[in-house]
Design a protein around this ligand. Sequence first.
Ligand code: MG
Length: 242
Amino acid sequence: MANAQEKTKPEQTEVYTPVPKVVSAKAVLTTPPSDANVLFDGKDLSKWVMTNDRDKPASWKVANGVFTVNKQGGGNIETKQSFLNYQLHIEWQVPANISGKGQGRGNSGLFLASIGKGDDGYELQILDSYQNDTYTNGQAASIYKQFVPLANPTNKPGEWNSYDIVWTAPTFNEDKSVKTPARVTVLFNGVLVQDNTILKGPTQYIGDPAYRKAHGASPIKLQSHGDPSEPLSFRNIWIREL
Ligand code: MG
């Protein structure tokens, strides 16, 4: 017998206003600080594994100093190492020949803490949001299905974008209830888009988010989305633990 939860549809948690204003800004290109842990230096994915089988090396393709989602290759990847609170820099690019629309156009995502297989965790959305309308709590730099970004500085396909992130992990009581929720600040191409945002829980595609599972330090995950559009590339990823 169907209950209320099963009748809930993904569309019920999509919002279309406010629409973040479009801002022109270029990617912030960084040299990793001396104390950074470089997670991708242009050469290999030795610090990454497959999310669904952490014994397997990451299968995404490295070439010319960048790596690209492998849509035939078994799904999401995540860091070998786990992290609690951190500052992270990452650069991403949607290919110039991208096709599709809405959520089916250059969809990926950065899971700020990966707390299970598949898409379990807290997703900072990556999407081609250059003249590509979708629900605004699902566009680039949204906390997916929770918080609309404060602006839209997405560069056009074929150009690089950067995220600079400060993440504070949630903490939990002994009875596994949430003690302090997760918080995140995000600069997108140098523009403030999430300002100490307090998360409602891990990302939930259907229904309302909530903290349902206690966890500590967690890997950082990149999403191989199932849409048929051309795969994104990434470069220059570094982290500083706080
Ligand atoms: Mg995504």
